[in-house]
Design a protein. Structure first.
Length: 438
C-alpha cells in the first residue's frame, strides 16, 4: 500500500484522546488505485433485526452487481456497537474495506481523518450528480464548506410508535402531541399494568439523538457558533434533565431500560409490553418480530407545545446512513461503480423498502411505494422538523462523552438516586472536560 501525507485524527476518538494518522493510496485529495479491479470489500451497518436479516437483504443485490460488472463484493455486516471503533482502527492502520456504511452523524469526524474519498463535483458526476440527492440528507455528509466525505444511502427520522390496543384499553383517543400529554397518558397506561415508553438508556448514540432534540426544543445547541463545546449552559442542562426525568420523575420509561443498548425496547414494543416507542423508521424491524402494521400507529415525536417545525419545534435529528469509500482502495473505479449502483433509483427502492427507510435520492423518494401513511410522517419530519447533528470534527467524541453522561444519569435514576439540576450539570461538565482542546 502506498502512503499519503498523514492527517491528524485527534477529535475522532471514542473514550480516549487518540492521536493518529490516516494512511492510504493516492494524494491528499485523490483516490486510490485500480490494482484489484475484480473485487471489493464492503462493510455494511446492521440495519435489520439481525445480521442474518441484513445478509438476506444485501446478498442478492451484491450478486446482481457482480453479474452487471464482473466485480465480486465481499460483504461483512458490522454491528453498531463495533462499527465506529472498527472504522477508526481502519483509518489509522490503512487496513479497511473499499466501501463502507457510516452513520451520517459521523461524517465530519471521519472526514477529519483524511482517510475517506472526498465527493467533489467530479466524483459526484460519476454517480449521476449531487443534485440527485435531497438537501436534508446532503446536510449530514461532512463539514460545511468542504466536499462531502460520503454519499447518502438511507434516510430516516424519529417517530412516535404507539400500540393501538393499549391506548384504547387506557381510554386514550389519540397519540400525545406534547411531552406533558405523553406524561399524562402514561399515568393512564401505567394504571392498566403496561409500561409507557421504551428507551435504550445504555446506548450512547440513542441518548445523543434524543437529548439533541430536547436541546433544540429548549432553544439550545451543544456547540457554539465557532464549534466549541457548550454542554453546561442552563438550557442544555434543562433539556437533558427533562429527558432523564421521563424515568426519574415521570415514571414513563421503565428503570430496566437504563441497561438497554441492543434494541431491547423495540422488542418490548413488538411484544406488546409497552405502549410507545421513539425510534427511527421501525416498521420493518417490528414486522420481522411478528407485529402487524395494523397493531400500531405512527405519529410525530412530541414537542413542548404547538406543532413540529423549525427552531424550538424540532422533533428529530436527521437520521441516516451514508456510503463512503476509503481513499486507499485498490479498486477505485469499482468502488465508484458500486456507489452508483447502490444509489441508483432501482436499488434505492429495493433497499429502502426492505429497511422501511426513506430514499435520499429524489426520484426514488417520489415513488408510490414510499407514499404510505407511515412514510408520510417520516418524510414530513425530514422535510419540515428535523435538524442535522453538529457537523464538527469532534462530533463522534461528543456522542461518546455526552451519550455516556446520559447513560450514567439513567443508571442513577434506575438506582433511585435523585436527578437534580446540579447532578446533571456535573455529568455534562465531566463530558465537556473530555472533549479535545479547540
Amino acid at each position: 500500500m502506498r502512503s499519503i501525507r498523514a492527517a491528524a485524527v485527534g477529535a475522532v476518538t471514542m473514550s480516549l484522546a487518540l492521536a493518529a494518522t490516516a494512511c492510504g493510496g493516492g494524494s491528499s485529495t485523490g483516490g486510490g488505485s485500480n490494482d484489484s479491479p475484480k473485487t471489493l470489500t464492503y462493510w455494511a451497518s446492521n440495519q435489520g433485526a439481525s445480521i442474518e436479516v441484513d445478509k438476506q437483504v444485501l446478498q442478492p443485490e451484491l450478486d446482481k452487481f457482480q453479474k452487471q460488472t464482473g466485480i465480486k463484493v465481499k460483504l461483512e455486516v458490522v454491528p453498531w456497537s463495533d462499527l465506529l471503533n472498527r472504522i477508526l482502527t481502519a483509518t489509522t492502520s490503512g487496513q479497511g474495506p473499499d466501501v463502507l456504511n457510516i452513520g451520517n452523524t459521523w461524517s465530519a469526524s471521519l472526514q477529519a481523518t483524511g482517510a475517506l474519498l472526498p465527493w467533489d463535483a467530479k466524483n459526484f458526476g460519476k454517480i449521476g450528480g449531487k443534485d440527485r440527492f435531497v438537501d436534508s440528507a446532503l446536510g449530514s455528509t461532512g463539514a460545511e464548506g468542504k466536499d462531502p466525505a460520503a454519499v447518502p444511502l438511507y434516510s430516516m427520522a424519529y417517530a412516535l410508535y404507539y400500540n393501538k390496543k393499549i391506548f384504547a384499553d387506557a381510554g386514550i383517543a389519540k397519540p400525545p402531541a406534547t411531552w406533558d400529554e405523553l406524561v399524562a397518558d402514561g399515568k393512564k397506561i401505567s394504571a392498566k399494568g403496561k409500561s409507557v415508553l421504551g428507551a435504550e438508556g445504555g446506548n450512547v448514540s440513542e441518548n445523543i439523538h434524543h437529548v439533541f432534540v430536547f436541546a433544540k426544543q429548549h432553544g439550545a445547541d451543544f456547540f457554539t457558533s465557532d464549534g466549541k463545546p457548550d454542554f453546561t449552559n442552563d438550557n442544555i442542562v434543562a433539556a437533558v434533565k427533562q429527558y432523564v426525568d421521563l424515568m426519574a420523575k415521570d415514571k414513563a420509561i421503565p428503570t430496566g431500560d437504563a441497561e438497554y443498548a441492543q434494541n431491547q425496547s423495540v422488542s418490548d414494543f413488538a411484544k406488546g409490553k409497552q405502549a410507545m416507542l421513539l425510534w427511527q423508521s421501525a416498521s420493518s424491524n417490528l414486522k420481522s418480530q411478528g407485529m402487524s402494521d395494523s397493531d400500531y400507529g405512527i405519529a410525530p415525536v412530541p414537542v413542548q407545545s404547538g406543532t413540529p417545525g423549525t427552531g424550538t419545534q424540532v422533533n428529530s435529528m436527521v437520521a441516516g446512513i451514508n456510503l463512503a469509500v476509503f481513499k486507499n482502495t485498490k479498486n477505485l473505479d469499482g468502488a465508484t461503480k458500486f456507489v452508483k449502483f447502490m444509489t441508483s433509483d432501482d436499488e434505492q427502492k429495493i433497499l429502502n423498502t426492505a429497511y422501511s427507510s426513506i430514499p435520499p435520492v429524489k426520484t426514488a423518494q417520489e415513488d408510490a411505494a414510499f407514499n404510505t401513511p407511515a412514510n408520510a410522517v417520516l418524510k414530513n419530519t425530514l422535510a419540515t422538523s428535523a435538524s442535522a447533528l453538529p457537523q464538527v470534527a469532534s462530533e463522534s467524541q461528543f456522542e461518546t462523552t455526552v451519550g455516556t453522561a446520559v447513560k450514567n444519569l439513567f443508571a442513577d435514576a434506575a438506582a433511585g438516586r435523585a436527578i437534580t439540576t446540579d447532578s446533571v450539570k456535573a455529568e455534562l461538565e465531566k463530558a465537556q472536560q473530555q472533549m479535545p482542546a479547540a
